[in-house]
Design a protein around this ligand. Structure first.
Ligand code: HOZ
Length: 428
Protein backbone atom coordinates (compact mmCIF):
# COMPACT_ATOMS: atom_id res chain seq x y z
CA UNK A 1 0.00 0.00 0.00
CA UNK A 2 1.38 3.40 -0.94
CA UNK A 3 1.25 5.75 2.07
CA UNK A 4 3.88 8.23 0.95
CA UNK A 5 1.75 11.35 1.29
CA UNK A 6 0.51 10.32 4.77
CA UNK A 7 4.10 9.62 5.73
CA UNK A 8 5.23 13.07 4.58
CA UNK A 9 2.36 14.74 6.40
CA UNK A 10 3.18 12.87 9.60
CA UNK A 11 6.86 13.86 9.38
CA UNK A 12 5.87 17.51 9.03
CA UNK A 13 3.10 17.28 11.65
CA UNK A 14 5.52 15.97 14.28
CA UNK A 15 7.56 19.15 13.98
CA UNK A 16 4.57 21.44 14.68
CA UNK A 17 1.90 19.38 16.51
CA UNK A 18 2.72 17.44 19.72
CA UNK A 19 3.25 13.85 18.57
CA UNK A 20 1.99 14.84 15.12
CA UNK A 21 -1.68 14.37 16.01
CA UNK A 22 -4.47 16.29 17.71
CA UNK A 23 -5.65 13.33 19.80
CA UNK A 24 -3.23 10.65 21.06
CA UNK A 25 -4.88 7.37 19.96
CA UNK A 26 -4.68 8.55 16.34
CA UNK A 27 -0.88 8.31 16.42
CA UNK A 28 -1.03 4.47 16.09
CA UNK A 29 1.53 4.24 18.91
CA UNK A 30 0.12 1.08 20.46
CA UNK A 31 -0.44 -0.68 17.14
CA UNK A 32 2.75 0.37 15.35
CA UNK A 33 3.25 2.07 12.02
CA UNK A 34 2.42 5.63 11.07
CA UNK A 35 -1.04 7.18 11.13
CA UNK A 36 -2.88 7.65 7.86
CA UNK A 37 -4.07 11.13 7.02
CA UNK A 38 -7.70 11.06 5.93
CA UNK A 39 -8.86 13.24 3.08
CA UNK A 40 -12.55 12.35 2.93
CA UNK A 41 -15.16 9.78 3.85
CA UNK A 42 -18.43 8.60 2.38
CA UNK A 43 -20.81 5.90 3.62
CA UNK A 44 -18.77 3.04 5.08
CA UNK A 45 -15.44 4.17 3.60
CA UNK A 46 -12.52 6.41 4.56
CA UNK A 47 -10.19 7.71 1.83
CA UNK A 48 -6.64 8.73 2.72
CA UNK A 49 -4.35 11.32 1.15
CA UNK A 50 -2.71 8.64 -1.03
CA UNK A 51 -6.04 7.57 -2.50
CA UNK A 52 -6.36 4.32 -0.48
CA UNK A 53 -9.91 3.32 0.50
CA UNK A 54 -10.75 1.64 3.84
CA UNK A 55 -13.91 0.02 5.09
CA UNK A 56 -14.04 1.49 8.53
CA UNK A 57 -15.34 0.66 12.00
CA UNK A 58 -14.58 3.85 13.94
CA UNK A 59 -17.20 6.16 12.48
CA UNK A 60 -15.60 9.17 14.14
CA UNK A 61 -15.76 7.27 17.46
CA UNK A 62 -19.51 6.91 17.34
CA UNK A 63 -21.48 9.69 15.71
CA UNK A 64 -21.63 8.45 12.12
CA UNK A 65 -24.49 6.06 12.91
CA UNK A 66 -25.86 6.62 9.37
CA UNK A 67 -22.41 6.48 7.76
CA UNK A 68 -20.28 9.35 6.51
CA UNK A 69 -21.62 12.37 4.65
CA UNK A 70 -25.27 11.32 4.82
CA UNK A 71 -27.04 13.31 2.06
CA UNK A 72 -29.78 14.79 4.30
CA UNK A 73 -27.27 15.91 6.93
CA UNK A 74 -25.01 17.36 4.24
CA UNK A 75 -27.96 19.31 2.79
CA UNK A 76 -28.95 20.61 6.24
CA UNK A 77 -25.41 21.87 6.85
CA UNK A 78 -25.24 23.57 3.45
CA UNK A 79 -28.56 25.27 4.08
CA UNK A 80 -27.47 26.43 7.56
CA UNK A 81 -24.15 27.80 6.31
CA UNK A 82 -25.99 30.37 4.19
CA UNK A 83 -27.17 31.99 7.43
CA UNK A 84 -23.63 32.46 8.85
CA UNK A 85 -21.51 30.23 11.04
CA UNK A 86 -21.94 31.48 14.59
CA UNK A 87 -24.14 34.04 16.36
CA UNK A 88 -23.15 34.03 20.03
CA UNK A 89 -26.86 34.66 20.63
CA UNK A 90 -29.85 32.31 21.04
CA UNK A 91 -31.43 30.72 17.97
CA UNK A 92 -34.58 28.69 17.28
CA UNK A 93 -32.58 25.58 16.42
CA UNK A 94 -31.26 25.37 19.98
CA UNK A 95 -34.83 25.23 21.28
CA UNK A 96 -35.68 22.54 18.72
CA UNK A 97 -32.59 20.59 19.74
CA UNK A 98 -33.45 20.82 23.44
CA UNK A 99 -37.02 19.63 22.70
CA UNK A 100 -35.69 16.75 20.61
CA UNK A 101 -33.25 15.60 23.32
CA UNK A 102 -35.87 15.87 26.09
CA UNK A 103 -38.29 13.84 23.95
CA UNK A 104 -35.78 11.13 23.08
CA UNK A 105 -33.82 10.70 26.33
CA UNK A 106 -36.12 9.49 29.11
CA UNK A 107 -34.47 11.16 32.11
CA UNK A 108 -33.71 14.56 30.59
CA UNK A 109 -36.09 17.38 31.55
CA UNK A 110 -33.71 20.27 30.86
CA UNK A 111 -30.53 20.36 28.80
CA UNK A 112 -27.60 22.73 28.19
CA UNK A 113 -25.59 22.58 24.95
CA UNK A 114 -21.78 22.69 25.04
CA UNK A 115 -19.10 21.89 22.45
CA UNK A 116 -17.71 18.49 23.36
CA UNK A 117 -18.23 15.50 25.61
CA UNK A 118 -15.31 16.67 27.75
CA UNK A 119 -17.05 19.98 28.42
CA UNK A 120 -20.29 18.16 29.20
CA UNK A 121 -18.75 15.88 31.84
CA UNK A 122 -16.74 18.71 33.43
CA UNK A 123 -19.90 20.81 33.75
CA UNK A 124 -22.02 17.90 34.98
CA UNK A 125 -19.78 17.22 37.98
CA UNK A 126 -19.58 20.93 38.78
CA UNK A 127 -23.37 21.06 38.82
CA UNK A 128 -23.55 17.91 40.96
CA UNK A 129 -21.10 19.48 43.43
CA UNK A 130 -23.09 22.73 43.48
CA UNK A 131 -26.35 20.84 43.99
CA UNK A 132 -25.15 18.55 46.79
CA UNK A 133 -22.60 20.85 48.45
CA UNK A 134 -20.20 17.88 48.43
CA UNK A 135 -16.80 17.60 46.75
CA UNK A 136 -15.82 14.02 45.96
CA UNK A 137 -16.80 11.98 42.93
CA UNK A 138 -16.66 8.27 42.17
CA UNK A 139 -15.59 7.04 38.74
CA UNK A 140 -14.74 3.58 37.45
CA UNK A 141 -11.28 2.33 36.48
CA UNK A 142 -11.02 2.30 32.70
CA UNK A 143 -14.02 4.57 32.15
CA UNK A 144 -13.03 7.67 30.19
CA UNK A 145 -15.00 10.90 30.49
CA UNK A 146 -12.88 13.24 28.41
CA UNK A 147 -9.73 14.99 29.54
CA UNK A 148 -11.02 17.09 32.46
CA UNK A 149 -8.57 16.89 35.39
CA UNK A 150 -10.95 14.92 37.63
CA UNK A 151 -11.37 12.20 35.05
CA UNK A 152 -7.71 11.50 34.30
CA UNK A 153 -7.45 9.24 37.31
CA UNK A 154 -7.50 5.58 36.19
CA UNK A 155 -8.83 6.73 32.81
CA UNK A 156 -9.25 4.21 30.00
CA UNK A 157 -9.04 4.93 26.27
CA UNK A 158 -5.98 6.87 25.07
CA UNK A 159 -4.44 7.00 28.53
CA UNK A 160 -4.68 3.21 28.79
CA UNK A 161 -3.52 2.79 25.20
CA UNK A 162 -0.35 4.72 25.87
CA UNK A 163 0.17 3.11 29.29
CA UNK A 164 0.08 6.48 31.10
CA UNK A 165 -1.11 5.78 34.69
CA UNK A 166 -2.46 9.17 35.75
CA UNK A 167 -1.62 12.38 33.95
CA UNK A 168 1.03 14.81 35.24
CA UNK A 169 -0.54 18.25 35.63
CA UNK A 170 -3.47 16.95 37.68
CA UNK A 171 -3.15 18.37 41.20
CA UNK A 172 -3.09 16.20 44.30
CA UNK A 173 -6.23 17.99 45.49
CA UNK A 174 -8.15 16.95 42.39
CA UNK A 175 -6.82 13.40 42.66
CA UNK A 176 -7.92 13.25 46.31
CA UNK A 177 -11.45 14.18 45.29
CA UNK A 178 -11.68 11.40 42.67
CA UNK A 179 -12.40 7.96 44.09
CA UNK A 180 -12.21 4.95 41.80
CA UNK A 181 -13.72 1.47 41.82
CA UNK A 182 -13.53 -1.45 39.39
CA UNK A 183 -16.42 -1.50 36.89
CA UNK A 184 -19.12 -4.07 37.71
CA UNK A 185 -17.98 -4.23 41.37
CA UNK A 186 -20.82 -3.05 43.56
CA UNK A 187 -19.09 -4.05 46.81
CA UNK A 188 -16.16 -1.74 45.99
CA UNK A 189 -18.55 1.17 45.36
CA UNK A 190 -20.40 0.47 48.61
CA UNK A 191 -17.07 0.48 50.50
CA UNK A 192 -16.16 3.90 49.04
CA UNK A 193 -19.57 5.29 49.95
CA UNK A 194 -19.34 3.90 53.50
CA UNK A 195 -15.88 5.41 53.98
CA UNK A 196 -16.96 8.82 52.65
CA UNK A 197 -20.38 9.42 54.17
CA UNK A 198 -22.04 12.68 53.01
CA UNK A 199 -18.92 13.58 50.99
CA UNK A 200 -19.73 12.13 47.57
CA UNK A 201 -21.40 14.51 45.13
CA UNK A 202 -21.61 12.28 42.07
CA UNK A 203 -21.03 8.85 40.69
CA UNK A 204 -20.22 8.99 36.98
CA UNK A 205 -19.98 6.06 34.58
CA UNK A 206 -20.39 4.97 31.00
CA UNK A 207 -23.46 2.70 31.40
CA UNK A 208 -21.95 0.62 28.61
CA UNK A 209 -18.23 1.29 28.53
CA UNK A 210 -16.60 2.14 25.22
CA UNK A 211 -13.25 3.30 26.48
CA UNK A 212 -11.56 0.13 27.77
CA UNK A 213 -12.98 -1.65 24.78
CA UNK A 214 -16.69 -2.37 24.87
CA UNK A 215 -17.72 -3.62 28.32
CA UNK A 216 -21.32 -4.18 29.34
CA UNK A 217 -22.77 -3.94 32.86
CA UNK A 218 -23.47 -7.24 34.61
CA UNK A 219 -27.15 -7.93 35.35
CA UNK A 220 -28.33 -5.78 38.27
CA UNK A 221 -25.21 -3.56 38.41
CA UNK A 222 -26.82 -0.37 37.09
CA UNK A 223 -30.01 -0.97 39.10
CA UNK A 224 -27.96 -1.33 42.30
CA UNK A 225 -26.00 1.85 41.56
CA UNK A 226 -29.29 3.68 41.01
CA UNK A 227 -30.64 2.47 44.37
CA UNK A 228 -27.42 3.31 46.20
CA UNK A 229 -27.25 6.84 44.75
CA UNK A 230 -30.89 7.52 45.62
CA UNK A 231 -30.38 6.29 49.18
CA UNK A 232 -27.16 8.30 49.72
CA UNK A 233 -28.17 11.52 47.94
CA UNK A 234 -25.47 11.04 45.28
CA UNK A 235 -26.07 12.42 41.78
CA UNK A 236 -25.93 9.51 39.32
CA UNK A 237 -24.41 10.64 36.01
CA UNK A 238 -24.54 8.48 32.89
CA UNK A 239 -21.90 9.47 30.38
CA UNK A 240 -23.69 8.64 27.14
CA UNK A 241 -21.22 10.40 24.84
CA UNK A 242 -20.78 7.11 22.97
CA UNK A 243 -24.00 5.25 23.77
CA UNK A 244 -26.53 8.09 23.53
CA UNK A 245 -28.81 7.74 20.48
CA UNK A 246 -26.58 4.84 19.35
CA UNK A 247 -27.77 1.90 21.47
CA UNK A 248 -31.41 3.05 21.31
CA UNK A 249 -33.13 6.36 20.45
CA UNK A 250 -32.87 7.20 24.16
CA UNK A 251 -29.42 5.66 24.63
CA UNK A 252 -28.27 3.00 27.12
CA UNK A 253 -30.67 4.36 29.76
CA UNK A 254 -33.65 3.56 27.54
CA UNK A 255 -32.26 0.15 26.57
CA UNK A 256 -31.63 -0.77 30.20
CA UNK A 257 -34.54 1.11 31.69
CA UNK A 258 -32.56 3.03 34.31
CA UNK A 259 -32.97 6.76 34.87
CA UNK A 260 -29.82 8.64 35.88
CA UNK A 261 -30.06 12.11 37.47
CA UNK A 262 -27.82 13.70 34.83
CA UNK A 263 -26.73 12.55 31.38
CA UNK A 264 -23.77 13.75 29.35
CA UNK A 265 -23.87 13.60 25.56
CA UNK A 266 -21.33 14.35 22.85
CA UNK A 267 -20.46 14.26 19.19
CA UNK A 268 -23.53 12.20 18.22
CA UNK A 269 -25.89 15.14 18.77
CA UNK A 270 -23.84 17.13 16.28
CA UNK A 271 -24.05 14.40 13.65
CA UNK A 272 -20.25 14.36 13.98
CA UNK A 273 -19.73 18.09 14.37
CA UNK A 274 -18.14 19.36 17.61
CA UNK A 275 -21.06 19.32 20.06
CA UNK A 276 -21.83 18.14 23.56
CA UNK A 277 -24.65 18.54 26.05
CA UNK A 278 -25.56 17.74 29.63
CA UNK A 279 -29.05 17.45 30.98
CA UNK A 280 -31.28 15.78 33.50
CA UNK A 281 -33.71 16.52 36.29
CA UNK A 282 -35.03 20.11 36.12
CA UNK A 283 -34.35 20.55 39.84
CA UNK A 284 -30.63 19.87 39.30
CA UNK A 285 -30.31 21.68 35.95
CA UNK A 286 -31.90 24.80 37.48
CA UNK A 287 -28.61 25.17 39.36
CA UNK A 288 -26.95 26.21 36.05
CA UNK A 289 -26.40 29.95 35.40
CA UNK A 290 -28.29 32.12 34.68
CA UNK A 291 -31.12 30.08 36.27
CA UNK A 292 -28.88 29.28 39.24
CA UNK A 293 -25.42 29.95 40.70
CA UNK A 294 -23.28 27.27 38.98
CA UNK A 295 -21.39 29.01 36.17
CA UNK A 296 -20.88 27.50 32.74
CA UNK A 297 -20.79 29.29 29.39
CA UNK A 298 -19.52 29.18 25.78
CA UNK A 299 -19.62 31.37 22.68
CA UNK A 300 -19.88 28.39 20.35
CA UNK A 301 -22.46 26.51 22.43
CA UNK A 302 -25.56 25.80 20.35
CA UNK A 303 -23.66 26.65 17.17
CA UNK A 304 -26.18 26.92 14.31
CA UNK A 305 -24.34 24.66 11.85
CA UNK A 306 -23.75 21.93 14.45
CA UNK A 307 -27.38 22.17 15.61
CA UNK A 308 -28.62 21.72 12.03
CA UNK A 309 -26.44 18.67 11.44
CA UNK A 310 -27.38 17.09 14.77
CA UNK A 311 -31.10 17.84 14.53
CA UNK A 312 -31.27 16.25 11.10
CA UNK A 313 -29.59 13.08 12.31
CA UNK A 314 -31.70 12.84 15.47
CA UNK A 315 -34.87 13.38 13.42
CA UNK A 316 -33.92 10.49 11.12
CA UNK A 317 -33.10 8.25 14.10
CA UNK A 318 -36.31 9.09 15.94
CA UNK A 319 -38.43 8.44 12.85
CA UNK A 320 -36.67 5.35 11.51
CA UNK A 321 -36.31 3.30 14.68
CA UNK A 322 -35.95 0.09 12.63
CA UNK A 323 -32.30 1.11 12.11
CA UNK A 324 -31.53 -0.04 15.65
CA UNK A 325 -32.63 -3.59 14.90
CA UNK A 326 -30.68 -3.53 11.65
CA UNK A 327 -27.55 -2.29 13.46
CA UNK A 328 -27.89 -4.94 16.17
CA UNK A 329 -28.18 -7.72 13.58
CA UNK A 330 -25.30 -6.60 11.40
CA UNK A 331 -23.04 -6.02 14.43
CA UNK A 332 -23.86 -9.47 15.83
CA UNK A 333 -23.02 -11.02 12.47
CA UNK A 334 -19.79 -9.09 12.15
CA UNK A 335 -18.59 -9.70 15.71
CA UNK A 336 -19.63 -13.36 15.52
CA UNK A 337 -17.83 -13.76 12.20
CA UNK A 338 -14.59 -12.29 13.58
CA UNK A 339 -14.74 -14.51 16.67
CA UNK A 340 -15.21 -17.57 14.50
CA UNK A 341 -12.13 -16.64 12.47
CA UNK A 342 -10.10 -16.46 15.68
CA UNK A 343 -11.48 -19.77 16.97
CA UNK A 344 -10.74 -21.51 13.66
CA UNK A 345 -7.17 -20.19 13.85
CA UNK A 346 -6.79 -21.29 17.50
CA UNK A 347 -6.24 -17.71 18.68
CA UNK A 348 -7.56 -16.93 22.20
CA UNK A 349 -10.25 -14.27 21.76
CA UNK A 350 -13.55 -13.06 23.16
CA UNK A 351 -16.13 -10.58 21.97
CA UNK A 352 -18.25 -8.06 23.87
CA UNK A 353 -21.12 -6.73 21.76
CA UNK A 354 -24.21 -4.69 22.42
CA UNK A 355 -26.23 -2.93 19.71
CA UNK A 356 -23.80 -1.42 17.23
CA UNK A 357 -20.79 -1.44 19.58
CA UNK A 358 -18.32 -4.28 19.96
CA UNK A 359 -14.73 -5.16 20.79
CA UNK A 360 -12.78 -8.25 19.82
CA UNK A 361 -10.42 -8.83 22.75
CA UNK A 362 -7.34 -10.98 22.24
CA UNK A 363 -7.97 -12.93 25.45
CA UNK A 364 -10.26 -15.85 26.15
CA UNK A 365 -11.19 -14.36 29.55
CA UNK A 366 -14.59 -12.73 29.78
CA UNK A 367 -13.91 -8.98 29.87
CA UNK A 368 -15.99 -7.33 32.60
CA UNK A 369 -13.69 -4.54 33.80
CA UNK A 370 -10.35 -2.87 33.16
CA UNK A 371 -8.38 -5.60 34.94
CA UNK A 372 -9.75 -8.29 32.64
CA UNK A 373 -9.46 -6.03 29.55
CA UNK A 374 -5.74 -5.67 30.34
CA UNK A 375 -5.28 -9.45 30.05
CA UNK A 376 -5.58 -8.99 26.27
CA UNK A 377 -2.57 -9.61 24.07
CA UNK A 378 -2.05 -6.06 22.82
CA UNK A 379 0.96 -7.02 20.69
CA UNK A 380 -1.20 -9.49 18.78
CA UNK A 381 -3.92 -6.84 18.46
CA UNK A 382 -1.36 -4.48 16.92
CA UNK A 383 -0.35 -7.10 14.35
CA UNK A 384 -3.99 -7.79 13.56
CA UNK A 385 -4.71 -4.08 13.19
CA UNK A 386 -1.85 -3.61 10.71
CA UNK A 387 -2.76 -6.72 8.73
CA UNK A 388 -6.38 -5.59 8.48
CA UNK A 389 -5.27 -2.14 7.34
CA UNK A 390 -3.26 -3.78 4.55
CA UNK A 391 -6.47 -5.59 3.52
CA UNK A 392 -8.36 -2.27 3.41
CA UNK A 393 -10.13 -2.46 6.80
CA UNK A 394 -9.59 0.37 9.29
CA UNK A 395 -10.22 -0.77 12.89
CA UNK A 396 -9.95 1.39 16.01
CA UNK A 397 -6.15 1.68 16.54
CA UNK A 398 -6.23 0.38 20.12
CA UNK A 399 -7.33 -2.78 21.91
CA UNK A 400 -8.96 -0.49 24.48
CA UNK A 401 -11.53 1.12 22.19
CA UNK A 402 -14.93 0.01 20.94
CA UNK A 403 -15.75 -0.44 17.27
CA UNK A 404 -18.82 1.40 15.99
CA UNK A 405 -20.94 0.00 13.18
CA UNK A 406 -22.96 2.24 10.85
CA UNK A 407 -26.05 1.49 8.78
CA UNK A 408 -23.77 1.49 5.73
CA UNK A 409 -22.25 -1.82 6.86
CA UNK A 410 -24.40 -4.53 5.23
CA UNK A 411 -23.81 -8.14 4.21
CA UNK A 412 -21.29 -7.27 1.47
CA UNK A 413 -19.19 -5.19 3.87
CA UNK A 414 -19.41 -7.79 6.66
CA UNK A 415 -18.24 -10.52 4.29
CA UNK A 416 -15.34 -8.31 3.17
CA UNK A 417 -14.26 -7.59 6.75
CA UNK A 418 -14.50 -11.24 7.85
CA UNK A 419 -12.62 -12.31 4.74
CA UNK A 420 -9.89 -9.75 5.50
CA UNK A 421 -9.68 -11.16 9.04
CA UNK A 422 -9.21 -14.71 7.65
CA UNK A 423 -6.27 -13.49 5.60
CA UNK A 424 -4.89 -11.39 8.46
CA UNK A 425 -4.80 -14.14 11.11
CA UNK A 426 -2.28 -16.03 9.01
CA UNK A 427 0.17 -13.24 9.86
CA UNK A 428 -0.42 -13.32 13.65
N1 HOZ B 1 -9.85 7.89 22.68
C1 HOZ B 1 -10.79 8.66 21.91
C2 HOZ B 1 -12.05 7.90 21.75
N2 HOZ B 1 -12.40 7.10 22.83
C3 HOZ B 1 -10.15 8.98 20.59
C4 HOZ B 1 -10.70 10.18 19.96
C5 HOZ B 1 -9.90 10.65 18.71
O1 HOZ B 1 -8.72 10.38 18.62
O2 HOZ B 1 -10.51 11.28 17.87
Amino acid sequence: MNTQRSHQLFEKAQTIIPGGVNSPVRAFKSVGGNPLFIKSAKGAYLYDEDGNAFLELINSWGPMILGHAHPEIEAAVQEAIRGSFSFGAPSAREVEMAEMICRMVPSVEKVRMVNSGTEATMAAIRVARGYTGREKIIKFEGCYHGHGDSFLIAAGSGVATLGIPDSPGVTQGVANDTLTAPFNDLAAVQALVDANQEKIAALILEPVVGNMGCVTPLPGFLESLRQLCTKEGIVLIFDEVMTGFRLAPGGAQELMNIQPDLTTMGKIIGGGMPVGAYGGKAEIMNMVAPAGPVYQAGTLSGNPIAMSAGLTMLRILSQQTHVYQQLEQSTQQLAGGLLEVMKDAGIPASVNQIGSMFTLFFTDHQVINFETAKKSDTVRFGKFFRAMLEQGVYLAPSQFESMFVSTCIGKTEIDKIVDAARKSVKLL
